[in-house]
Write a protein that binds this ligand. Structure first.
Ligand SMILES: *Cc1c(COP(=O)(O)O)cnc(C)c1O
Length: 478
């Protein structure tokens, strides 16, 4: 027999549709048992209904009745009245609850973009509370009694900390790169190494941003090796800048070569060109203190002579989401007066948190005050002690768990492939455990390795110990 024909013959034939008269009558009977919208509405808990508001309550009632009607038509029985009330109340609660929630990050990834990147330090949180409740001197110069600039709350600090002449703050680093290229390279060429045409998370691709800004991308070198002569040969009368982009989330190994920033700067300046340096994460502190590779510091980039440097506020800086730009005063002035600067400008909440964060760097206590750096600096011996104390609590209530050695990562497009020795609580994986943890209150995001759920102590904030343990107990015992 022909194979295809044989296949066909083996396929199950659909059952002929056969809905008898009795079933039709039964469905009608069940549908008539459904309560009216009004009756359901009046049965809702008064406080819940008041909290959600009449309109939301009505929407929830209709959704629940529609669902029940559909289920009955497919052969289900009419749910009990109390079940319908419960379902409606659940709908109302879900619809009117804030959707942005605090989450316990037990993944061991310190700068986790999906989980909101850097947790803010205590003083940044305090600044947000005090400064958002009322009016502020956001754009009012209190000494002069005249209009001031919102940027003054961050830019002088940034310049002082990095050694740059001037600074500017925009919404995020993607915006910073976009503004820089729009302001200094529109309609002109920007030379960049093929090894640095990176894609960061969320589809942000350096070549796309470059094109969207109106600059023309000129790629030089090869994927693994780019030399100074490659840049030199690519320079034309149309060239505006040489650009360096941090590798961010990947790493080059083996037979590789990239041009150092100092060499790039001397070539550019000898030709009257600018050097734009996208540092990505950017850091003011030395990562080698913690056994990690050197992540380029902003100060080093300024000292090497880069003209405009961009980096994120919420990666290794440990502050709020922001795009920080430092560089030469005359260029920063050009960025500030560009129409895009207004479109990309930050609000008072960002400036409040950024100002408080930067002050820690100025005072020299960033390492101990900023959560990102506290987590990077946490010692395995202390993490083990913490996990041991978790174990004691869990064992006391009859939960089997153990302490295991794991590797945390910094994340956030910094130090790819590098890990920090850490300790995690390990719990045997049971069906649905990870989902129950994720949907608990507060939600816990854990890591799965083989047949275990792992909770890396490094990224669990100190004040979250109790909440974590009760979430684990609840998810395991339910
Ligand atoms: C993270 C990153 C960006 C984007 O920064 P956001 O603050 O997320 O907008 C741009 N360039 C590099 C190299 C990065 O690592």
């Amino acid at each position: 027999m022909h194979a295809a024909l044989g296949d066909f013959a083996l396929r199950p034939q659909p059952e002929p549709l056969d809905v008898g008269m009795e079933e039709v009558l039964a469905v009608g009977e069940e549908l008539r048992r459904l309560p009216s919208a009004d009756r359901l509405l009046h049965a809702l808990a008064a406080d819940l209904a008041a909290q959600a508001g009449h309109a939301q309550a009505l929407i929830a009632v209709r959704q629940v009745l529609d669902q029940a009607r559909l289920a009955i038509q497919q052969g289900a029985a009419c749910p009990a009245f109390s079940v319908l009330v419960q379902q409606t109340e659940d709908h109302m609660l879900t619809a009117t609850r804030p959707s942005l929630l605090p989450v316990i990050n037990a993944t061991g990834v310190i700068i986790h973009t999906n989980l909101g990147r850097a947790p803010l330090c205590q003083s940044a949180r305090a600044a947000l509370t005090t400064l958002t409740a009322g009016y502020t001197n956001l754009e009012y110069d209190l000494a002069a009694g005249a209009r001031g600039s919102r940027y003054d709350h961050a830019t002088q600090l940034l310049a002082r900390l990095t050694g740059a002449e001037a600074a500017l703050v925009v919404n995020n680093n993607a915006a910073a790169v976009f503004l820089v290229l729009s302001a200094v390279a529109v309609g002109r060429e920007v030379v960049i190494s093929r090894g640095q045409l990176v894609e960061i998370g969320g589809g942000f691709r350096i070549p796309d941003v470059l094109r969207a800004s109106g600059a023309r991308l000129v790629e030089v070198g090869t994927t693994n090796r780019t030399h100074l002569r490659d840049y030199a040969q690519a320079v034309t009368l149309q060239t505006a800048a040489l650009m360096r982009v941090h590798f961010s989330n990947f790493r080059q190994l083996g037979f590789t070569a990239e041009v150092g920033l100092a060499d790039l700067v001397s070539l550019a300046h000898s030709q009257g060109l600018l050097v734009v340096d996208d540092l990505g994460s950017g850091t003011l502190l030395d990562t080698t203190l913690f056994g990690l590779s050197p992540e380029p510091t902003v100060q080093a980039s300024v000292a090497a002579g880069a003209d405009l440097i961009t980096f994120s506020g919420d990666k290794l800086m440990g502050g709020p989401q922001a795009g920080l730009i430092v560089g030469r005063a005359e260029l920063i002035a050009r960025l500030r007066s560009h129409p895009l600067a207004r479109a990309l400008r930050v609000g008072k909440m960002t400036l409040a948190a950024l100002n408080a964060t930067l002050l820690h760097y100025l005072r020299g206590d960033a390492l101990t005050a900023l959560p990102v750096w506290q987590m990077i600096a946490a010692r395995p011996v202390d993490l083990r002690a913490r996990v041991e104390s978790w174990l004691q609590t869990l064992t006391a209530i009859g939960i089997q768990a153990s302490a295991v050695e794991v590797a945390s990562t910094v994340g956030g497009g910094s130090l790819p492939g590098e890990t920090l020795d850490s300790v995690a609580l390990a719990v045997p994986l049971t069906p649905g455990l990870i989902e129950r943890l994720r949907q608990g209150s507060p939600p816990v995001v854990a890591r799965v390795a083989g047949q275990q759920a792992l909770f890396d102590a490094r990224t669990v904030l100190a004040e979250q110990d109790e909440a974590l343990l009760s979430a684990i107990a609840k998810a395991l015992l339910s």
